[in-house]
Design a protein around this ligand. Structure first.
Ligand code: SAH
Length: 195
């Protein structure tokens, strides 16, 4: 495992991200929305996170900038990064499939929106955001640079902190006691082990 192969693995992750999301985005455009809780701050956070997960590391892979922030690459980082990235893609794919027509890139309630509580959603309320955290960890392992490698973690942290509160408030407003009960038995991004 070399740094170049690690960079190629990272790039394949971005291609996987686009390929998995594409059909859902196309379908979502045709679906009716009944509650639109999108805000400018959410859109900004989404754009910021996307840039941190794609453009910043892409500039590094193509140009080596910012070279002053490089750290040493070890083969184990590449192997571990590969494993984490595979886990990201599996979780990202499965959460899209399980949310189905209820998925949205932002905060929306669809016409005939159903509360999904099975599959991955039986254990965690935000498996797609869990997958984003894994993606950011993979980036830090595959891109040996303090800025380009860690940018993903900063981007995901900002998006997660801006998004999860308003999203849960929107779900609670729509599904009431059913969501309260669901939230009591699930974790946010990691399964609740101790009850
Ligand atoms: N936070 C979830 C979903 C991300 S997609 C995850 O990380 O897996 C965002 C959209 O999913 C929101 O607009 C919301 O309407 C919808 N959503 C979130 N949780 C849901 C659930 N349990 N059932 C149905 N729709 C859900």
């Amino acid at each position: 495992m070399t740094a170049t192969i690690a960079a190629i693995i990272w790039a394949l992750g971005v291609i996987g991200w686009v390929a998995i999301r594409q059909p859902h985005q196309r379908r979502a455009r045709k679906l009716k929305t009944v509650t639109d809780a999108r805000s400018w701050s959410d859109r900004l956070a989404l754009g910021f996170a996307s840039a941190c997960l794609s453009i910043v590391p892409l500039v590094y892979v193509l140009t080596g900038a910012p070279a002053f922030a490089d750290y040493e690459f070890h083969p184990w980082m590449g192997w571990l990064g590969l494993a984490v990235q595979v886990a990201f893609l599996c979780l990202f794919y499965a959460s899209h499939r399980q949310l189905g027509k209820n998925w949205s890139i932002t905060l929306e309630i669809r016409d005939k929106h159903e509360l999904v509580t099975d599959g991955l959603y039986r254990f965690v309320r935000h498996p797609m955001y869990s997958s984003f955290w894994l993606w950011a960890i993979a980036q830090a392992l595959l891109i040996p640079n303090w800025i380009a490698g860690l940018a993903g973690l900063v981007g995901v942290a900002v998006l997660y902190l801006m998004r999860v509160g308003p999203e849960e408030a929107m779900m609670r407003k729509t599904f009431g006691a059913a969501y309260d009960e669901y939230a009591r038995r699930t974790g946010r991004v990691v399964p609740r082990i101790f009850g």
